[in-house]
Design a protein around this ligand. Structure first.
Ligand code: CO8
Ligand code: FAD
Length: 646
């Protein structure tokens, strides 16, 4: 064990194990997660570091691993959905799997949209993996749902739907598992009796069940990408492909072609809401991994000098702390927000299943906004962690380049982030309702008293210093009032309308304000949920260290967005000047606990797959050992010497 890292652990002021329990949701859950993590010792999961393989080899290794995962799930008797998720996240490590879409989109769509008869037919096939599915929605030319071109036209004479990609732009593009799957949920515009009824989901068989040969359908892999090398993101061109009427999910078409309206057309989009909710928790996980790597490495790396003494640990540089500790605070904040998002998703979807759709708009808006907010922040954060590791961060052995390449598409898939933020801008609607005297419930209820509080620009000197920057509840209140930026967005729309612009143009001309308002709303939610969580934590040592992190998270966010807080008169210039001073104090308070705080995330070394983030801190000897395994070192003299240099 590296002596620096041993010393760091001795300095911790709290019980790491107890904090792990809080993150997992209880000691029982930690125990079970650790038991599940033992599967990593199974030799059947031994594999080559994907960084040393070609794309095709990576895909093959990933398929082997996916198949092994299924067999081992049965062998180990893991069947609870949460445990399956945990198991897969452990085994998958930092990469995606080729069967990922089957689990996260195909199966959930079947569960939520099959009627009884369909469930009887498709669920046994899909859960036994005879049917391997993908989710084909996006097209070469469009992602916007109303713009999708693929059609499904009902033919009452044969009781079939005819699926067609009429143009090049309508070819389905991106769905994972282009080579792996034999079925797809295809999203297409439904036509019956000559009328379009909008987007609906259909099950389409793509390949022969025994030979895996494609049916008369053009299907394949779209080629190498920035990351996602394990995943065969695919294309799919349907040329008048016929499927039975029974393959339409939720069966909205009667045998005579009559269309039966669903309770809400948006239920078809349910799987996206599910994944967006999951991505909040994934952001927390990846932020936590990145911080673990960068902070452990910063504790064992020595460089330059502060005084004329031996080289200090780079974690002692104030600038290094300023790069990493706000991200550490973010990882904790997002962990608690992830827990909230999952609970909220299951609570509201439970109500939806009982026929109560009243909270569906809020679930959509909150999941879209938090997905965008957390993935954007994490995406930037991983890169800060990588750069904070200097040159070694650029090596694939650090895992940080892979974490970035695998994570960055979360800002794009399941709804491009700006587009998602604009969905959250339904805030404007809520604001108008509150203004008209309607009492809002839930997380939007803070808009009820906006009228009384009415935030507008004040001369800073005329405003009393209401906010104590050391008091978290005051900071939450400030974020809440800043979220009143929604008022500026609403006003911008109003002004545009007064210029006789259409509602659509007024909306587009106010889009920057709308995204800012959504961002401020999400930021408020994160600060509030982090602070609320503190009241549940009884252990005084843990409460203290998490309070310090929450303060850092809140103050750092204010410092980054100081314009908003000053402009709204929420904080005075002298208070603003105090914030950097307080942030520096908080960095010093966090410093002795930094390694213990990342240890509490409890990632096994095999899951981190990072030479820099090793638990034992023995970085250099393992970097050397890793490099020697590079395929370029397979022979002492590379064949290129004989071919070109000699
Ligand atoms: C590990 C994971 C791997 C995952 C791999 C990634 C897989 C994928 O990427 S799958 C493809 C994902 N694709 C997307 O997410 C597409 C993103 N686009 C969209 O969702 C839509 O085009 C969107 C929402 C932007 C606009 O949709 P559109 O139907 O035109 O809606 P729009 O007219 O704006 O709004 C209609 C109403 O429906 C509401 N609405 C829209 N979506 C939803 C939803 N999902 N749930 C509930 N309500 C919704 C709107 O709020 C609006 O409400 P109101 O009328 O009260 O204002
Ligand atoms: C790794 C990966 C996996 C994927 N897996 C799947 C899958 O399994 N199944 C599937 O169906 N799809 C999948 N996708 C597709 C993914 O869902 C889309 O790429 C995503 O929804 C974004 O759409 P787009 O690529 O068309 O971007 P665009 O919508 O073209 O975005 C381009 C730019 O235009 C801007 N823009 C677009 N519309 C607006 C607007 N209304 N207002 C303001 N700005 C706007 C965006 O902000 C962005 O800056 C995957 C994508 C990736 C990268």
């Amino acid at each position: 064990m590296n002596p620096d890292i041993v010393k760091e652990r001795q300095n911790a002021s709290f019980d790491v194990q107890k904090l792990t329990y809080i993150l997992d949701g209880g000691p029982e859950k930690t125990k079970r997660r650790r038991e599940i993590s033992l599967v990593l010792n199974d030799p059947d999961f031994d594999e080559e570091d994907p960084n040393f393989l070609s794309r095709s080899e990576r895909y093959e290794q990933a398929v082997r691993k996916s198949a092994q995962m299924i067999l081992k799930l049965r062998e180990y008797g893991i069947s609870d959905p949460a445990e399956i998720n945990c198991y897969k996240s452990v085994v998958r490590g930092n990469f995606h799997e080729s069967l990922g879409l089957h689990y996260v989109m195909f199966l959930p769509t079947l569960y939520s949209q099959c009627d009884q008869e369909q469930s009887k037919k498709w669920l046994p096939l899909a859960t036994s993996f005879e049917v391997l599915g993908t989710y084909a929605q996006t097209e070469l030319g469009h992602t916007h749902l109303r713009g999708l071109e693929t059609t499904a036209t009902f033919d009452p004479t044969t009781q079939e739907f005819v699926l067609n990609s009429p143009t090049v732009t309508s070819i389905k593009w991106w769905p994972g598992a282009g080579k792996t799957s034999n079925h797809a949920v295809v999203l297409a515009q439904l036509y019956t009796r000559g009328k379009c009824h909008g987007l609906h989901a259909f099950i389409v068989q793509l390949r022969h069940m025994d030979t895996h040969e494609p049916l008369p359908i053009l299907v394949g892999d779209i080629g190498p990408k920035f990351g996602f090398s394990e995943v065969d993101n695919g294309f799919l061109k349907l040329d008048h492909v016929r499927i039975p009427r029974e393959n339409m999910l939720m069966k909205h078409v009667e045998p005579d072609g009559r269309y039966v309206k669903p309770a809400s057309a948006k239920l078809t989009y349910g799987t996206m809401v599910f994944i967006r909710s999951l991505l909040v928790g994934l952001s927390a996980l990846v932020m936590a991994k990145s911080c673990t790597i960068a902070i452990r490495y910063s504790a064992v790396r020595h460089q330059s000098e502060i005084r004329s003494e031996p080289e200090p640990q780079i974690l002692d540089y104030q600038t290094q702390q300023y790069k990493l500790f706000p991200l550490l605070a973010t990882a904790y904040a997002f962990s608690f927000v992830g827990q909230y998002m999952t609970e909220t998703y299951y609570r509201i979807s439970g109500d939806i299943n009982q026929g109560d759709l009243s909270e569906l708009p809020e679930l959509h808006a909150v999941s879209a906004g938090l997905k965008a907010f957390t993935t954007w922040t994490t995406n930037t954060g991983i890169e800060v962690c990588r750069m904070s590791c200097g040159g070694h961060g650029y090596s694939r052995s650090s895992a940080l380049p892979d974490l970035y390449a695998e994570f960055t598409p979360t800002c794009t898939y399941e709804g491009e982030n700006t587009v998602m933020m604009l969905q959250t801008a339904y805030l404007v609607k809520s604001y108008r309702q509150a203004k008209a005297g309607e009492q809002l419930r839930g997380i939007m209820s803070y808009l009820n008293d906006m009228e009384q509080r009415h935030v507008r620009a004040h001369p800073a000197s005329a405003r009393p210093a209401l906010v104590d920057i050391n008091d978290l509840s005051d900071l939450v209140e400030s974020y809440k009032l800043r979220a009143a930026l929604v008022e500026s967005a609403a006003k911008s729309i109003q002004q545009e309308l007064q210029k006789r612009r259409s509602h659509e143009d007024a909306w587009n001309n106010s889009a920057i304000d709308l995204v800012k308002a959504s961002d401020a709303h999400c930021h408020y939610m994160v600060v509030k949920l982090f602070t609320d969580k503190l009241s549940e934590i009884g252990d005084p040592d843990i409460n203290l260290v998490l309070t310090t992190l929450a303060q850092l998270y809140a103050l750092h966010g204010i410092a980054l967005n100081s314009g908003d807080f000053l402009q709204a008169g929420l904080l005075t210039v002298p208070q603003m000047q105090q914030i950097p001073v307080r942030i520096k104090e908080l960095l010093c308070l966090i410093r002795p606990n930094a390694v213990a705080l990342v240890d509490a995330f409890d990632f096994p070394d095999k899951v981190l797959s990072s030479v820099l983030g090793r638990y034992d801190g023995n970085v250099y000897e393992n970097l050397f050992e890793w490099a020697r395994r590079s395929p370029l070192n397979a022979t002492e003299v590379h064949e290129s010497f004989h071919k070109y240099l000699k």
